[in-house]
Design a protein. Structure first.
Length: 176
């Protein structure tokens, strides 16, 4: 199974570069010029099934990527939200820590979210990667969404095998 290494954000400049939210701790290695990365995008979006890295650089703490298939800002705008996946054959190198504190988004999505007392809160709908900390996106009853900072003080238990995440939010966080 391929894993997400980055999610494409907004265009940067006029030459087709895009910002990316990293899901890897080795961006320089993962985004080496010439690397071909499979993509995951909505059907009918027109995003190529694979993108070839033409340029990659750290710009004031934000990674910018350019692709051989995307020559301009218009093309880059169409990539927004696309996920870049691990190339075929590298998945075995990316197994998350067993018993550690690293998880792939696809491992978390769908897990039940409960409070420390066991009462149901919702279901993990996604993981938002942020510059300071990541946030669990929790789908709640009634179509509402809660955002829980993904730090051990607020998310003391992640039990992928057991199918649940235990949270300990401060008063009012779930009502925001």
């Amino acid at each position: 199974m391929a894993h997400v290494v980055a999610r494409i954000g907004k265009p940067h400049g006029i030459r087709g570069e895009v910002t990316v939210q990293l899901h890897t701790d080795d961006p320089a290695g993962r985004f080496a010029v010439g690397t071909v990365l499979p993509t995951k995008a909505p059907k009918g979006s027109g995003v190529p099934l694979e993108l070839t890295i033409a340029s990659s650089r750290d710009h004031n703490g934000v990674w910018l990527l350019g692709f051989e298939e995307i020559p301009d800002r218009t093309g880059a705008e169409g990539l927004r939200g696309t996920r870049l996946l691990t190339p075929e054959g590298t998945e075995e190198l990316l197994e998350p820590d067993q018993g550690g504190d690293a998880w792939y988004e696809e491992q978390l999505v769908g897990l039940a979210v409960v409070l420390k007392d066991g009462s149901a809160v919702g279901t993990v709908a996604g993981l938002d990667i942020g510059p300071g900390q990541d946030r669990l996106r929790v789908a709640r009853d009634g179509g509402r969404t809660a955002y829980i900072p993904f730090v051990s003080a607020l998310v003391p238990v992640v039990d992928v095998v057991g199918g649940r995440v235990v949270i300990d939010p401060p008063p009012g966080l779930l009502e925001l």
